[in-house]
Design a protein around this ligand. Sequence first.
Ligand SMILES: Nc1ncnc2c1ncn2[C@@H]1O[C@H](COP(=O)(O)OP(=O)(O)OP(=O)(O)O)[C@@H](O)[C@H]1O
Ligand SMILES: O=P(O)(O)OC[C@H]1O[C@H](OP(=O)(O)OP(=O)(O)O)[C@H](O)[C@@H]1O
Ligand SMILES: [Mg+2]
Length: 281
Amino acid sequence: MLRLAVPNKGALSEGAQNMLKEAGYRSRRDSKELVVVDEENGCELFFLRPRDIAVYVGEGTLDAGITGRDMLIDSGAPVEEIMTLGFGASTFRLAARAGTMRSVKDLDGQRIATSYAGLLEKYLSDEGVDARVIKLDGAVETAIRLGVADAVADVVETGTTLRNVGLEVFGDPIMRSEGVLIKQQGAVDTHSLEQLVRRLQGVVHARDFVMMDYDIRAERIEEAIALTPGMEGPTVSPLHREGWVAVRAMVRRKGHQQVMDKLWDIGARAILVTDIYACRL
Ligand SMILES: Nc1ncnc2c1ncn2[C@@H]1O[C@H](COP(=O)(O)OP(=O)(O)OP(=O)(O)O)[C@@H](O)[C@H]1O
Ligand SMILES: O=P(O)(O)OC[C@H]1O[C@H](OP(=O)(O)OP(=O)(O)O)[C@H](O)[C@@H]1O
Ligand SMILES: [Mg+2]
């Protein structure tokens, strides 16, 4: 059985569970269910705190897990990324009262509150800055108002939380994070892990791509293929109508309307776009 760790709450939880469901794995009935045995797929799902997932996987007690890149770096656990999952994107940044700090160098001798002490300490040491790190569990943005810290280092997505308390980001982003699938460093890939990866990659592709079908005059086919090269090359089939062909290709969802415009301009007609329900590439 493949033992997989899934975030039980927080910003990655819904994205991870939706993705596993789309990949054909059993869902939990309610948020109090901590372990789900999915006999049919040879998989046990363990619902754990996102922060603990890298630790379990690093210890080798679980085969793989879904977590955020920032959390796995913060944990310092011996794990490696297998693939990015396309959700849970965020940036890890420094922030302080508007106008008080410009760069990381201004943090020398100051106090910085964060829930990601491992990640922040590594960054400060790389930057040669000597500051005091105040480790808090969450809601770190309030630490400045309460006089516990001079700056914070935290996850920023929309920036709303910072704005609400009158803070501003400064310096370069410390890191960009997103949801990732991880395994223990150097662990050999089992058949069931490879199958999970193929399934998740199928979900990522099905979300990123659409299927495009259209008809075009045979003499314009090379221009059309340049616009819709597909994966291994598009499928081109004869049409009943003399001198015309039908083309079918996977196209990136982002920008597919522009591709349709360009196809139209070179004479393509009956251009159809459909969602891909599932795929294995
Ligand atoms: N607002 C957000 N938008 C997108 N991703 C986020 C956001 N907040 C956190 N994340 C990402 O989600 C992951 C887990 O963060 P989350 O906030 O869920 O955990 P936590 O803070 O330990 O848990 P909790 O907030 O429940 O105490 C991290 O990788 C982080 O980068
Ligand atoms: O830029 P924004 O879109 O406002 O998102 C960033 C906020 O989201 C997370 O908080 P969370 O809800 O996880 O609470 P926490 O601070 O208790 O972890 C993070 O720690 C920030 O506070
Ligand atoms: Mg949080």
